[in-house]
Design a protein around this ligand. Structure first.
Ligand code: KIV
Length: 314
């Protein structure tokens, strides 16, 4: 089966039993007290695995600048690069809500330029919502008016790294907490459908979550948010750096990949890969015509007959 075939595609029961996650569905989950699971993903294969694992929201985060592209921060990733990754994710995902992160600089000019950039994520890449950092209330209102669902993001907003002087927990003083709460309410009033709260004390996130009519999704914001999000590479130990306090490593993909790749290299070096069974063969008449060694003819015939029934990639 090729990577691009969906099991159960077409009119099978498996395909029709999928209930697509939408922005209103997330609001309903909050009403029902059902936790929302979210994860970043940036390419076809991992998005497909994440979707098939039942995650509700997939964020094509600008964190890809760091974990996929190797930059020191998220600031340099461009709209075109984010569109490229969002398209790959879109092709993989059937159930989860696909949210595209608007990169630094793409929504910091005029409202009309910013709406134009957001439209590209919906129209050219198939995103179902965009995420923007900071208390940009006027822009959230304009995006909502333009029928573009918005995921707002407050607290530790990585695109503000230069202003913040590093990645630091936010909203620690009374004034900062009151400011954050006021911003959260303004964004919800302006039409934001979801609020990501990053790097804030648990008590602050809990109180905003209790007050807001829209779902909150936390990252480094404690367990009381309506949902949780992590960066895919953090979850699987693929970041080459010590994890932040809030990260839980669910598996060690770095160790798994190291071991598999080393094993493959060793097999190549000792000529243990590929084997004869992993090779294609000439048919008997062609071997005869070319006067090739016929010692293993019987074994080869069995393989030739098998190969004749299979596609190249099977
Ligand atoms: O870009 C990102 O990955 C994010 C989150 C983790 C919220 O913004």
């Amino acid at each position: 089966m090729s990577l691009t075939n969906f099991p159960g595609s077409g009119s099978s029961p498996a395909a029709s039993s999928l209930t697509k996650v939408t922005m209103p569905a997330l609001a309903e989950m909050k009403r029902q007290g059902k936790p929302i699971s979210a994860l970043t993903a940036y390419d076809y294969a991992t998005s497909r695995l994440v979707d098939e694992a039942g995650i509700d929201v997939i964020l094509v985060g600008d964190s890809l600048a760091m974990v996929v592209m190797g930059h020191d921060n998220t600031l340099s990733v461009t709209v075109d690069e984010m569109l490229h990754h969002t398209r790959a994710v879109r092709r993989a995902v059937r159930r989860a809500l696909v949210v595209a992160d608007m990169p630094f600089g793409s929504y910091h000019g005029t409202v009309s330029e910013s709406v134009g950039n957001a439209v590209r994520f919906i129209k050219e890449a198939g995103a179902e919502a965009v995420k923007i950092e900071g208390p940009r209330v006027e822009l959230v209102q304009a995006l909502t008016d333009a029928e573009i669902p918005v995921v707002a993001h407050l607290g530790l907003t990585p695109q503000s790294v230069n202003r913040m002087g590093g990645y630091r927990v936010q909203a620690r003083t009374v004034d900062e907490v009151l400011r954050l709460k006021a911003d959260a309410h303004s964004l919800a009033d302006a039409g934001a459908g979801v609020l990501v709260l990053e790097g804030v004390p648990r008590e602050v996130a809990a109180s905003i979550t209790a007050e807001l009519p829209i779902p909150t999704i936390g990252i480094g914001a404690g367990p009381d948010c309506d949902g949780q999000i992590l960066v895919f590479h953090d979850l699987l130990n693929m970041t080459f750096a010590p994890p932040a306090k809030f990260v839980r490593r669910y598996a060690d993909a770095a160790a798994l990949i190291h071991s598999a790749v080393e094993h493959y290299r060793e097999d190549v070096e000792r000529r243990a890969f590929p084997s004869d069974r992993e090779s294609y063969h000439l048919s008997k008449p062609v071997r005869r015509a070319l006067d090739l060694d016929s010692d293993t003819e019987d074994a080869m015939d069995a393989l030739v007959n098998k190969d004749a029934l299979e596609d190249f990639g099977a």
